[in-house]
Design a protein around this ligand. Structure first.
Ligand SMILES: Cc1cc2nc3c(=O)[nH]c(=O)nc-3n(C[C@H](O)[C@H](O)[C@H](O)COP(=O)(O)OP(=O)(O)OC[C@H]3O[C@@H](n4cnc5c(N)ncnc54)[C@H](O)[C@@H]3O)c2cc1C
Length: 410
């Protein structure tokens, strides 16, 4: 069955797809989103950065307390040495926001979709895309029951990375985290909750061979997870993070929920944009989650694509092969910045010297670090970012090898 021609076909309704759909629909374009899952549904990725707040506002999503928890920054700690250091978003270079949010992803993703629908996008849930691509004249998306045609294609299929797989273009970051085991707790006590006050900072716990997170969520829930560079299991989560003093204290009397495992999640897509298509969010690249950059990069990526593709569609320029060239350069810089930071986090003394040591005397450098941690990675004039982008180390370290195995979800 063929259906009517749409201006834009979007695969996936996570933050990347919903943002692209909402902002394109706001411009009066006919947008169809095909999403395999019914929403609300569970998704990991609960801690946001200040740079995505303006996009959330642009989409018209209010920060309701059942979905959003105020986040002032990040606290890094090492339980073995007792060393700890706090980073707050009020100490960035000028122009970043001063706070962020932790979110219940099931509700957050649903709220983004609702906003896209209010703007005029059509979202069909329960529709798995089995193939998609472009021709000289149009684009197509195939499901089990229909073929849809449009003028522009946005692949926001997340870790499924549909177009990257079709083009055999996904390349893993071998030196980053490769496996994560995580769980939620509900019924956190008043005393434990107080520990997060006033800033509700995410806790990043440095551990041998990896790191863990503790994130406060709405309705007194906690998200706790471990990331490793090799395969890790529930037993590893139990014997390290969950039995450490921090999580033991915070979860006393609380109820542990389901445990989940995800693997093979760090990779880049070597063909993320081209004539009539753009991959946004995880389908374009996914970096290790240690700096909570995933959702923010996905939403800013989608915003950039919508702001360029929208006018191009109105003017009939959507097939230009270099339409996204400038956006591509900006995203490349953003991804290389975070990749440079993550590489140093795992493969140098950076974690100790930057994240657990007393603050640097150089105010500009301190603010530069904070700006990168806030997701402000498009600016120039940040000495810390310039250092992260320095080519010599990146070329040597960040070489990614052959195409990786698909992500696994258990
Ligand atoms: C362990 C871990 C921890 C993380 N923690 C954080 C964090 O604290 N902060 C943060 O910002 N990010 C975090 N992330 C990353 C974050 O989850 C992602 O970057 C983010 O969800 C990307 O959004 P997206 O829209 O690109 O993809 P997704 O949110 O994955 O959305 C993709 C959508 O596409 C749909 N889809 C897939 N295939 C198809 C198909 N064939 N047909 C139709 N629909 C399809 C999926 O159902 C899904 O709804 C973490 C990731 C991991 C692995």
């Amino acid at each position: 069955m063929n259906s009517q021609l749409h201006d834009v076909l979007v695969i996936g309704a996570g933050p990347g797809g919903a943002t692209a759909a909402g902002l394109l629909a706001q411009q009066g374009l006919r947008v169809l989103v095909l999403e395999k899952d019914e929403f609300p549904r569970f998704h990991i990725g609960e801690s946001l950065l200040p740079m995505c707040l303006p996009v959330i506002e642009r989409l018209g999503v209010p920060p309701n307390a059942d979905t959003f928890v105020y986040k002032q920054g990040a606290t890094f700690l090492c339980e073995a040495t007792g060393r700890t250091r706090q980073f707050v978003f009020t100490e960035t270079l000028p122009g970043c926001g001063t706070h962020a949010w932790h979110v219940d992803r099931a509700r957050f993703d649903k709220a983004l979709c609702d906003a896209a629908v209010r703007a005029g996008a059509e979202i069909r849930h329960g529709e798995t895309v089995t193939d998609a691509g472009t021709t000289d004249d149009d684009v197509f998306v195939q499901t089990r029951t229909a073929t849809h045609r449009g003028r522009y294609l946005v692949d926001a299929s997340g870790q499924s990375r549909l177009l990257a797989r079709r083009a055999d273009a996904a390349v893993p970051y071998e030196n980053f985290g490769r496996c994560s085991v995580f769980t939620h707790y509900e019924g956190i006590t008043d005393a434990a909750w107080e520990e997060f006050s006033p800033g509700n900072n995410i806790r990043i716990v440095l551990a041998k061979g990896g790191w863990g997170w503790v994130i406060p969520l709405p309705e007194r829930r906690l998200s706790v997870g471990l990331v490793g560079r090799g395969k890790i299991t529930d037993a590893d989560l139990e014997s390290s993070l969950l039995s450490g003093p921090l999580v033991t204290r915070l979860t006393k009397g609380a109820r542990r929920l389901e445990t989940r495992v995800i693997g093979n999640f760090s990779y880049r897509n070597d063909k993320p944009r081209g004539a009539r298509f753009a991959c946004v969010g995880d389908s374009a690249t996914f970096l290790d989650p240690v700096f909570s950059s995933g959702v923010t990069l996905a939403m800013l990526d989608a915003q950039g694509v919508a702001d360029i593709a929208g006018p191009a569609l109105r003017e009939g320029r959507e097939a230009e092969p270099t339409l996204m060239a400038q956006h591509h350069a900006g995203m490349d810089r953003a991804v290389r910045t975070f990749a440079g930071l993550i590489d140093r986090f795992y493969n140098s003394h950076f974690a100790e010297t930057v994240f657990l040591s007393p603050p640097n005397d150089d105010l500009q450098m301190r603010r530069g670090i904070m700006s990168v941690l806030a997701g402000d990675v498009w600016r120039t004039g940040n000495p810390f970012q310039d250092m992260l982008l320095s080519a010599r180390r990146n070329e040597k370290r960040m070489r990614a090898s052959t195409a990786g195995s698909p992500p696994s979800m258990e």
